[in-house]
Ligand binder design. Structure first.
Ligand code: NAD
Length: 480
């Protein structure tokens, strides 16, 4: 049994409460480690440490900060196998996915922002030679970073790296459901020589330590990724304190497949966009809309492929889907399959818990599921399920597809499949989402703005957007 520790003021330590929470391995349904149950006292201590850390970190040159961050990136890469295995055990995702996506991306996040900040510049505005304005971009100070369980180290570092690169100090909270790789990152930060107090990682429950971070008056900005209702709660607390907020929230993404698409490419990518990471990626396309001319052909092929997608324990190299993250989450996802049936849907494949053999018999596995025959306005098609469950719906015209796609309260990502370039751009312009993929999915350039519209969030991460979020602009006007 491993006891995870907080990373506070440069050292690994238990929470002040001395109590721990259980951490479950979802692939076997058993507790395998314990998480410090941190609270307000730990946040107070972290803030004190961060205040001291800020004096050191914000006075270092960009290059010196960048070098330490690059060292962290190197260490993530050097520990690739260990981190990938830890992520896979903690989250239930196939090891291959953690090896190819989660851990390389965590290293890239550090590397990208460590170097991006060296090229970051600010504006100047000349007033006809009479005056000149220039904008300084200073670090905010102490910032809070709160992340979810679906892509644990990937999303954790996506926030921490730009915050650190711009000279801030950070109090970060990973999800209590998947704390392990954040803990291992603490060890790597110590090894890389990150000055104490610059990054503090506190573990525990959202309503306790997460709330204490959000409420602390000295934490001036909060970058949050998670569910829409949690985001709304955080906004309610942080807004009257005038904290800067970045909220990356839920999604219910449409995948629009026109008759004239590259059929094979659309099919194989739809398999991934539906079921990668057990459908637990905020960018997964959970509503598949297929134009009538190819609907039956696509549906048949999609169901056939899905029936053959192997659900297995995470270390199985053949696994296409591993375990979902927790028992609660499994039950929530399965309850949506029941709801879909009540709402008149037909389960074309999957729809049940999958029981594996031997030591994995109590793991939280769900068969990949496709549901047909639902109205686009029903709850199954409106609410985020966040599991390996998609609906498939035919459409006739471009207008019909857009109306159904835009009918939800979310607006994170969307995918469009067509060979007609004009139509692709037209639909992309009209679709209500922060991210649009045309004839591809989950292609990520870290320089691009990342985030959603409507109830999928406020603000953007990525590239310059993140560097701007984590800095405070100050305009200086000089008389010439
Ligand atoms: P969640 O909202 O339950 O938790 C996210 C984080 O917030 C966790 O660390 C949690 O402990 C913390 N938290 C919970 N209550 C809190 C509170 N009152 N104050 C402060 N912190 C609190 O979300 P989750 O279940 O971990 O993640 C799944 C959700 O995340 C899905 O809705 C998914 O769409 C969303 N998500 C969005 C993106 C994006 O980029 N838009 C990316 C990944 C996941």
């Amino acid at each position: 049994m491993i006891d995870i520790q907080n990373y506070l003021n440069g050292t690994l330590q238990a929470a002040r409460s001395g109590s721990y929470l259980d951490n479950v391995n979802p692939s076997i349904g058993e507790v395998y480690s314990r998480i410090p149950r941190s609270g307000k006292e730990d946040v107070d201590m972290a803030v004190e440490a961060a205040e001291e850390g800020f004096k050191v970190w914000s006075n270092m040159s960009k290059e010196a900060r960048s070098n330490i961050m690059l060292k962290i990136a190197d260490l993530i890469e050097a520990n690739h196998a260990k981190l990938a295995e830890a992520e896979s055990i903690d989250n239930g995702k196939p090891l291959k996915l953690a090896e190819h996506v989660d851990i390389p991306r965590a290293a890239s996040n550090f590397r990208f922002f460590a170097t991006a900040v060296l090229h970051f510049s600010s504006e100047s505005h000349d007033m006809d030679g009479q005056f000149i304005n220039y904008t300084l971009r200073n670090p905010i100070g102490i910032v809070g970073c709160i992340s979810p369980w679906n892509l644990p180290l990937y999303l954790f570092t996506w926030k921490i790296a730009p915050a650190l690169a711009t000279g801030n100090v950070v109090i970060a909270k990973p999800s209590e459901v998947t704390p392990m790789t954040a803990y291992l990152l603490s060890e790597l930060c110590i090894e890389a020589g990150l000055p104490k107090g610059v990054l503090n990682i506190l573990h525990g429950l959202g309503g306790e330590v997460g709330a204490a971070i959000t409420e602390h008056p000295k934490i001036k900005a909060v970058s949050f990724t998670g569910g829409t209702s949690t985001g709304a709660h955080i906004a309610k607390v942080a807004a009257p304190m005038f904290k800067k907020l970045s909220l990356e929230l839920g999604g219910k993404n449409p995948n629009i497949i026109f008759d004239d698409c590259d059929f094979d490419k659309a099919l194989s990518t739809t398999m991934r966009s539906s079921f990668a990471n057990q459908g637990q990626i905020c960018l997964c396309g959970s509503r598949v809309f297929v134009q009538r001319g190819i609907y039956e052909k696509f549906k048949t092929a999609f169901v056939e492929k899905t029936k053959h997608a192997k659900v297995s324990y995470p270390m199985d190299p053949e696994a296409k889907l591993g375990a979902v993250v927790s028992e609660d989450h499994m039950n929530k996802v399965l309850s949506y399959v029941d709801l879909a049936k009540e709402e008149g849907g037909t389960v074309l494949c999957g729809g049940k818990r999958k029981i594996l053999e031997g030591e994995y018999a109590n793991g939280y596995y769900i068969e990949p599921t496709i549901i047909e025959g639902l109205d686009h306005m029903c709850r199954t098609n409106q609410e985020e399920i966040f599991g390996p469950v998609v609906t498939i719906t035919p459409f006739d015209t471009e207008e019909d597809a857009l109306e159904m796609a835009n009918s939800v309260e979310y607006g994170l990502a969307s995918t469009i499949w067509t060979q007609d370039i004009t139509k692709a751009h037209r639909v992309a312009a009209k679709i209500e989402s922060g991210i649009v993929w045309i004839n591809c999915w989950l292609v990520r350039d870290l320089r691009t703005p990342f985030g959603g519209v409507k109830n999928s969030g406020v603000g953007r991460e990525g590239g310059l957007e993140a560097l701007r979020f984590f800095t405070e602009p100050k305009n200086v006007c000089v008389s010439l």
